[in-house]
Design a protein around this ligand. Structure first.
Ligand SMILES: Cc1ncc(C[n+]2csc(CCOP(=O)(O)OP(=O)(O)O)c2C)c(N)n1
Ligand SMILES: [Mg+2]
Length: 595
């Protein structure tokens, strides 16, 4: 038992949760915590240049490590700057704990300097929020916040602490803390009727079989549907990655010869070069994945939301299929598509239970049909044309392909931003290991890549980490180059620089008769900018120079930046036009490929 201030107890409580690094930016209302941090000396603090980036860094750290990420901000503008990052994490089920300072209790409700109701503002974009009213409550609240963030369907949790409460007396007993273990190891089983994370503590023990048995009838029914299916398809989402069940998914698919589609956030749940892999579904998915879904008689959805970018109009989604939707979040089931069967539960329970019930099968006729449709988004360049292509300008497709190959070959982690480059990397990345493809899928947050990569690099110092951003999104958070330098974070940065808000321009070209309204975007010379921050940089204009530049960046001892100059008007295909059904997918006209 140690007497101390609540601010000091907060430092100790974070350390007891296993937190090794926090991302934040100080200010008046959080100064007691920063003073305690100075005196306690732990956890490590990374000073971010903007609080949005602090939240993205915590998010990138969490996705790459399967641990809880932590971000810190002062009251008022510091706290509101976190909101986009919290919403990003909330949409993609990423466990983070955000700690905000608040004006002293006596001033609350007076529109005091830098007062804002951050709890109220963040209710729709967090899993839970706390205001700490009494200093002695702080350790238990921290413990509870971490438990909620990582349990069930993970998500962001806010802790708002008035300044006087931070200064108040507190007793800290470390025994209560659970340890910032992997989400997969710590998340307790959540029975179907709990929807807000309020599951009982299990002290990290795996649940017994009784819960699974309760759903035995639904599991039997799901297995029957799958065993009798002639054209089955598995759709796997981020839930498979969160649950750490990529191996079980593979076992299930291989046992019954089941084709596997992986969503943008589930790309790292199943190896993309596996013979059973169909690729990504949805707006920029593969023809094979999209057509398979439309022809399927049974769709098994595992840990995904069936969001609109994946389904297109739900009335025309998988028209011949009975859908089995398996998810830990009961509220996610039936929100968009109407399943024939609902299975609420933890994939660590439901997947093995399903596997037991699935009979070996062979779907040769189905595969004969599936193989008629291309699985690659774009054909590989023919060997004869390679020389000509190398001498010509670098295309976005070639840049993404080379980057993805390099990152995969080095066992790297990639954080992408939002836009054309994001879709190209998703299409080109091969066999990403779980936790190695980080992107803002649900919210589609530009500016995510650099701070997320920075957080991932601190969480996984053993792996090369790349930020791949467009020239538009990069300009939203490039101030974090200073953080990268100050903290000596060896993140590699590739800016896919087409001089446009490329994805917006693509829509304007295809659907607004080329009226490029506000989509042309100027930027600085990114190589000079990087050097101004102290980061070595290279510009690449031709494919022939790319391999060398990638190798140079990979070998750099610290951060490095590549400015990849691309043609202005290249489009990303395949594409399901907005409002169209998945089988109305269009592929690139020849002229596009050459453009
Ligand atoms: C914060 C935010 N603002 C606006 C958008 C809308 N948006 C989606 S993609 C895009 C263009 C991205 O341009 P760039 O970063 O250059 O990437 P590119 O598409 O050119 O690869 C925009 C503006 C968004 N997703 N996020
Ligand atoms: Mg661009």
């Amino acid at each position: 038992m140690n007497r101390m201030t609540a601010a000091e107890a907060l430092c100790h409580a974070l350390v007891a949760e296993g937190v090794d690094v926090v991302f934040g930016h100080p200010g008046g209302a959080i100064l007691p915590f920063y003073d305690a941090l100075y005196r306690v000396g732990a956890p490590r603090h990374v000073l971010m240049r903007h609080e949005q980036a602090a939240a993205h860094a915590a998010d990138g750290y969490a996705r790459a490590t399967s641990r809880v990420g932590v971000c810190i901000a002062t009251s008022g503008p510091g706290a509101t700057n976190l909101v986009t990052g919290l919403a990003t994490a909330h949409m993609d089920s990423v466990p983070i704990v955000a700690i905000t300072g608040q004006v002293p209790s006596a001033l609350r409700g007076q529109d005091a300097f830098q007062e804002t109701d951050i709890l109220g503002i963040t209710i729709p974009v967090t899993k839970h929020g706390f205001v700490v009213e009494r200093p002695e409550d702080l350790p238990a609240i921290v413990c509870e916040a971490f438990r909620i963030a990582r349990s069930g369907r993970p998500g962001p949790v806010l802790i708002d602490i008035p300044k006087d409460v931070q200064n108040g007396p507190c007793v800290f007993a470390p025994a209560g803390a659970a340890g910032n273990g992997a989400v997969t190891a710590m998340a307790p089983w959540r029975p179907a009727h709990h929807t807000n994370g309020a599951a009982p503590q299990t002290n990290g023990k795996r649940p017994g079989p009784s819960h699974a048995l309760r759903d035995a009838a639904a599991l039997d029914a799901a297995a029957k549907l799958l065993n009798e299916a002639r054209r089955p398809v598995i759709m796997a989402g981020r839930g498979v990655v969160v649950a750490g069940m990529a191996d079980a998914l593979r076992a299930l698919a291989e046992r019954a010869d089941l084709p596997v589609v992986t969503t943008l956030l589930g790309l790292d749940a199943f190896p993309s070069t596996h013979p059973l892999a169909l690729g990504m579904p949805g707006m920029h998915g593969t023809v094979r994945a999209c057509r398979a879904i439309q022809r399927a008689d049974v769709v098994l959805g595992l840990g995904l939301r069936f969001d609109d970018r994946v389904t297109g109009p739900t009335a025309r989604f998988a028209p011949g299929a009975k859908i089995i939707h398996v998810d830990i979040d009961a509220a996610a089931i039936g929100r968009t598509v109407t399943p024939a069967l609902r299975l609420v539960g933890d994939l660590r329970e439901t997947l093995p239970a399903l596997l037991e019930r699935i009979a070996p099968a062979d779907h040769a006729d189905w595969w004969a049909e599936l193989r008629e449709w291309p699985r690659d988004a774009a054909p590989a360049a023919s060997p004869g044309s390679a020389g000509a292509a190398a001498a010509g300008p670098l295309t976005a497709r070639d840049a993404a392909r080379a980057l993805a190959a390099r990152i995969a070959a080095s066992g790297g982690i990639v954080a992408t931003d939002v836009g054309q480059h994001q879709m190209l990397i998703a299409q080109e990345l091969r066999d990403a290991a779980p936790g190695s493809h980080l992107t803002s899928g649900g919210l589609g947050t530009m500016g995510y890549a650099l701070p997320a990569a920075l957080g991932a690099a601190l969480g996984r110092p053993d792996r090369p980490v790349w930020a791949v951003a467009g020239d538009g999104g990069f300009q939203m958070t490039l101030q974090e180059l200073a953080t990268v330098v100050q903290e000596r974070i060896p993140v590699r940065i590739a800016v896919l620089n087409n001089g446009y808000l490329g994805m917006v321009r693509q829509w304007q070209e295809l659907f607004y008769e080329r009226r490029y309204s506000a989509s042309q975007i100027a930027g600085p010379d990114f190589t000079m900018l990087a050097r101004a921050y102290g980061i070595p940089a290279r510009r690449v204009c031709h494919l022939a120079e790319l391999a060398d530049a990638l190798e140079w960046a990979e070998r750099a001892a610290g951060p490095a930046l590549l400015d990849l100059r691309l043609p202005a008007e290249e489009n990303v295909f395949p594409m399901v036009p907005p409002g169209a059904a998945l089988d109305e997918i269009i592929t690139a006209p020849d002229a596009e490929v050459a453009a």
